[in-house]
Design a binder for this molecule. Structure first.
Ligand code: ADP
Ligand code: ADP
Length: 221
């Protein structure tokens, strides 16, 4: 089952002589349960490709489809979880409330929210921080809460855009441990963009981007 497929997808920013082709003629598929790293230097188009897969951006050419996910954009959005470089927690809400917020907004029943929040916090190893405010926890812990917030929605596809970009080596490793354990638990496919080879090495499949082009086999530099 294919979670997302890109068929000859390009994304250009701007027009005329100043146009930037961020993603160029890319074709790829992400099967259910896959764990894929997209490595490449800054500016090579990783983030744009991930945003296209998340339907946060539209391609200027080609097509992005989600064959294994339900058809309407609304139901599909529930099944795609995105983790950004920065956790963006709501400062006035504690860790548990932040984690459950998308579920509350979606109208999920209170006891079900509590159950899923507890499970998600456990999975990313921050259960003991449930009652803390974002300002009381470390950057690494906050980013793991951001992963828990995504997981609590039970996504089938998790897209993480430089999720360790603001963390030191140890915190980055723990974040990746959490992402891998959690996506394994909910059997979601995982795509991680990174410019760090130590991060890419933790995933099963290695793709590379160079100047907007995706190579689905490792490119020697
Ligand atoms: P990466 O994630 O590998 O750093 P990006 O996808 O962020 O690469 O960027 C690819 C190229 O597209 C870069 O040249 C970047 O400057 C350009 N770009 C990305 N987003 C925008 C935008 N919103 N407007 C204009 N140019 C953009
Ligand atoms: P992680 O716990 O994911 O490794 P860090 O490497 O960012 O996260 O932090 C290491 C430890 O330092 C944390 O476990 C935490 O106890 C402490 N710490 C770091 N920053 C803060 C902070 N702003 N407030 C409270 N504790 C912090």
């Amino acid at each position: 089952e294919i979670m997302v497929a890109c068929d000859d997808v390009s994304r250009t920013y701007g027009t005329g002589p100043s146009a930037v082709v961020a993603v160029h003629g890319t074709t790829c598929t992400v099967p259910a349960g896959a764990r894929i790293a997209i490595a490449g230097p800054s500016g090579s188009g990783k983030s744009t490709l991930l945003h296209l897969m998340a339907a946060l951006e539209r391609p200027t050419r080609g097509k992005v489809t989600w064959p294994g996910l339900p058809v309407t954009a609304d139901t599909r959005a529930h099944l795609i979880g995105v983790v950004f470089q920065s956790p963006s927690l709501v400062p006035a809400l504690n860790v548990a409330e932040n984690t459950g917020l998308p579920l509350v907004i979606a109208g999920v029943d209170r006891s079900e929210v509590a159950r899923r929040v507890a499970e998600a916090l456990e999975l990313v190893d921050v259960a003991e921080l449930a009652a803390k405010l974002p300002e009381e926890i470390s950057g690494g812990q906050a980013q793991r809460v951001a992963v828990a917030r995504v997981l609590a929605r039970r996504p089938r596809l998790v897209l993480a855009d430089e999720p360790t970009g603001q963390l030191d080596h140890a915190a980055g490793r723990r974040l990746l441990d959490a992402l891998l354990a959690a996506t394994d638990h909910v059997q979601a496919a995982l795509v991680v963009t990174t410019h760090d080879n130590a991060v890419a090495d933790r995933l099963d499949t290695h793709w590379t981007m160079r100047e907007g082009r995706l190579f689905t086999a490792v490119v020697q530099s």
